[in-house]
Design a protein around this ligand. Sequence first.
Ligand code: MRU
Length: 366
Amino acid sequence: MRVNGVSFRSIWYDKEEKSVRIIDQRWLPYEFRTVPLKTRKDFAIAISDMWVRGAPLIGATAAYAIAEEMAFDPSNKNLESAWIQLNETRPTAINLRWALTRCKNALEILPENARAVAAMNLAHDIAEEDVAMNQKIGMYTLDLIKKLVVKKPNGAPVNILTHCNAGWLATVDWGTATSGMYQAHDAGIPIHIWVDETRPRNQGGLTSWELGSHGIPHTYITDNAGGHLMQHGKVDMVIVGTDRTTASGDVCNKIGTYLKALAAFDNDVPFYVALPSPTIDWTVTDGVKEIPIEERPALEVSQIMGISPNKKLETVQITPLGTETGNPAFDVTPNRLITGLITERGIAKASSNGLMSLFPEFKGKK
Ligand code: MRU
């Protein structure tokens, strides 16, 4: 997507610099900074400290980390230890384990001297595949938006609520939940997005920045506003992303997603989840019981960063000093609350049968 008229992806290989570069998302939406990642430690910190974030982007970053590791030391021992260290950086987003395992399986059968080139090609493939999957997800989302717009009076916009940032910054490009928003806007369909703030990391600020850069009308709201807006008919549809979806269609996503799904269910508002298939964990069925929920540092809750009146980027304490603080980063929305899962192969019912109808090759695979 474009930043001040220049095309960017969230991660890329800089041929001149001979290193991977990312948009350092810690500073957004206030400052746009890019940084190179060179060593395994750089990559591990970038993932765990959320310089990069969002399940698909985390997966692509891990693949590039393996590629750089193979250029440094292509031995089995190094491949194994890189897999372990990187896999521990974030526990919930399954794309991380998916990408690492795909790289490991492809590389360990190759002679060591062929691994560096193969690993970099594979990282590029994973990145390109993510872009293509998200573009297709956007096409299916666009069909849903088209069905809603004809029901709106006098060219009124379709109001879509989204939680967290499932935009191009959370993927390699396009985004998952946002892909259809970009495609609808580009097709001239009037849309308006309710952007949840998404405390404590305020990923809504990233969504707002993205949508604003693309000229999409949107309103930033507190996390508690969605239910009220739905009660008053101001939300036509909810679309969120996911960090891990079970084989039975339970959806794990940023904390607060479950409450939005409950409110949508109670108000008959369609609740869709947009996901590229690497986000499906075919080994688990009960999301609430089986998906590990990341507990993130307390400082993310007790402090907040923003621009002060004198235009300085500052961090302030917002809780009484010494207050006990909890920070579960994700929650699970049971499949019964979900209208549909928008994948690159079409829209599935959030159920085992629904997913199997689109991905029959995973039948019986654990
Ligand atoms: O903790 P984060 O910022 O990595 O979590 C991101 C989300 O929860 C996204 O909504 C999810 O990864 C879907 S991304 C397309």
